[in-house]
Unconditional design. Structure first.
Length: 226
């Protein structure tokens, strides 16, 4: 097992290891580093230095701290992962995921995890994306809600954008979770629809839950923080 300390910086999971800072991004199919030869958890990998126009430098500028790499689904798929906001620890491991909580099946799309959810009794599929500081839903699902403000976010290849935000009750498994969501720009919304999904679950879930993800066993576990 490899244990990292992490911080949520501007809503992003930034793991610390041997003086390096890594953006942990389950929503990116590809990892990005300053050099194509990149060593992660003692193993050498060939990764991209530019993904959809995004580099380590541009990500660092957006997040507000200099990172050494973005760790995407291509590397994370080889590990089980637990993100524990109670201890500010991120654990990567091989073997069985041992976390007591609500288990949900996971489907992988280009390595990115998809889980089932529902809103107002309507069943939907959503990405679990640790690279997203805000959660998102299809505008069809928020059209009758009252706008409670605005938020800014960033997406690779698109840049900075602003969205209206709404307060919703999203059901994950048997649990209703109150959260703030936004709407993606049209181009990104089309990408969601192509994957048969209607939203994104971002890092705001870490304010209330420990998250366990096991791509090998294709399951996600939510453990509520008391």
């Amino acid at each position: 097992m490899q244990i990292f300390r992490y911080e949520l910086i501007n809503g992003h999971v930034i793991a610390k290891h041997d003086g390096a800072l890594y953006l942990i991004d389950t929503g990116s199919p590809s990892s990005v580093a300053a050099e194509t030869n990149f060593t992660f958890v003692g193993k050498n990998h060939i990764v991209q230095t530019d993904f959809l126009g995004v580099t380590v430098d541009s990500l660092s500028s957006h997040i507000g701290v200099k990172i050494d790499a973005l760790i995407g689904a291509d590397l994370l798929k080889d590990f089980g992962m637990v993100i524990d906001p109670r201890t500010s620890e991120l654990k990567l491991f091989h073997g069985k995921l041992e976390l007591c909580g609500m288990e949900m099946p996971v489907e992988l799309f280009m390595g990115i995890p998809i889980i089932d959810a529902s809103i107002n009794g309507r069943k939907i599929r959503i990405f679990f994306d640790t690279g997203a500081k805000l959660s998102y839903l299809n505008p069809e699902l928020t059209g009758d809600l009252t706008n409670i403000g605005y938020a800014e976010d960033f997406y690779p290849g698109l840049g900075q954008f602003q969205t209206e935000i709404y307060s919703v009750s999203l059901k994950l498994g048997m649990e209703e979770i109150e959260m703030t969501v936004g709407n993606l720009p049209d181009l990104l919304q089309v990408s969601l629809m192509m994957a048969g999904t209607a939203g994104i679950l971002g890092t705001s879930i870490l304010s209330s839950h420990v998250i366990g993800l096991d791509p090998g066993q294709q399951k996600l576990v939510l453990e509520r923080i008391d």
